[in-house]
Design a protein around this ligand. Sequence first.
Ligand SMILES: NC(=O)c1ccc[n+]([C@@H]2O[C@H](COP(=O)([O-])OP(=O)(O)OC[C@H]3O[C@@H](n4cnc5c(N)ncnc54)[C@H](O)[C@@H]3O)[C@@H](O)[C@H]2O)c1
Length: 298
Amino acid sequence: MTGAGERRPGAGDRASGRFDLTGRTAVVTGAARGLGRAFATGLAEAGADLVLVDLPDAPGLAETAAAVRAHGRRVRTYGQDLARTGELAGLADRIRAAAGPVDILVNNAGTAALERFNEITPESWSHVMRVNADAVFFLSQRLAEHMAADRVPGRIITVTSKNALVAEAGLAHYNAAKAAAQLLTETLAVELAPHGITANTLAPGMVDTPIDGEFPLEREGFEAAYRERIPLGRYARPEECVGALLLLASDAGAYLTGARIVVDGGVLADQMPRMRFMPPYRSSLPPDDGADDGAGAG
Ligand SMILES: NC(=O)c1ccc[n+]([C@@H]2O[C@H](COP(=O)([O-])OP(=O)(O)OC[C@H]3O[C@@H](n4cnc5c(N)ncnc54)[C@H](O)[C@@H]3O)[C@@H](O)[C@H]2O)c1
């Protein structure tokens, strides 16, 4: 007998089979570039058909669709401003009608603006909240209803951030929105468990993507300073977050719900990164000279 969150016996008894997504359909938001493109490509490589959502006319969406097709998978694209939350139930309905039952939802789209707390306007606050939190809720709400009606053991994965867990100056709205996304996803985990649908978060640290391209920062200097804070010594490549996503999206993660996976190279594990007066702690083992010390282009 199968229970909540499980597929029929036989699906994926071997290690590789547990991550096989053949026959599943996944929706990825913010799929035109960065992490969204890596997630869509990784899900296609694992066998899933894809539904890609991004802003209308987002330049990279066709390129992500081509990457999915290159893996022999079906793909549909939808131009939708996710900040228009009143339209998301309709979007979910159109996706269900065109693509059939949705097995996996990856709430990846996000936006951030580096602004001092006293300079954040109501418009900026509201936009960051709507994209990073409200849209996550309303898209999940309707697609979860479809998952339950279609009786699929659905997977909802919300991409939050280390900023959902620890504050960062200049990002009051983003921090608050990501924390809201964390808790609303945990709430979905509890409410959807009886339907066999899981809901989890994936919290990246610093990833080499275009997201902070518009920040008023001298990027090279910022990155060099931040790298010193990362125990692994470098930003992640987007592809390095795909393994955690596949765990949450596949049969391998059937018993994971309400969980968060932090993919941050050890940032949150280190409570004393600024103690520069101390010599950096190193083990007495010889260093790994072959270590990759620079993230590739996102
Ligand atoms: N890059 C990082 O260092 C990092 C760290 C932690 C968390 N994250 C999170 O990971 C997710 C992906 O980030 P990324 O770095 O790939 O960012 P990105 O800016 O490269 O990509 C985000 C995508 O979301 C889309 N998007 C933004 N607003 C939208 C809207 N209103 N409607 C529809 N689509 C919209 C953009 O067009 C873009 O294609 C985000 O939720 C982000 O907050 C990123």
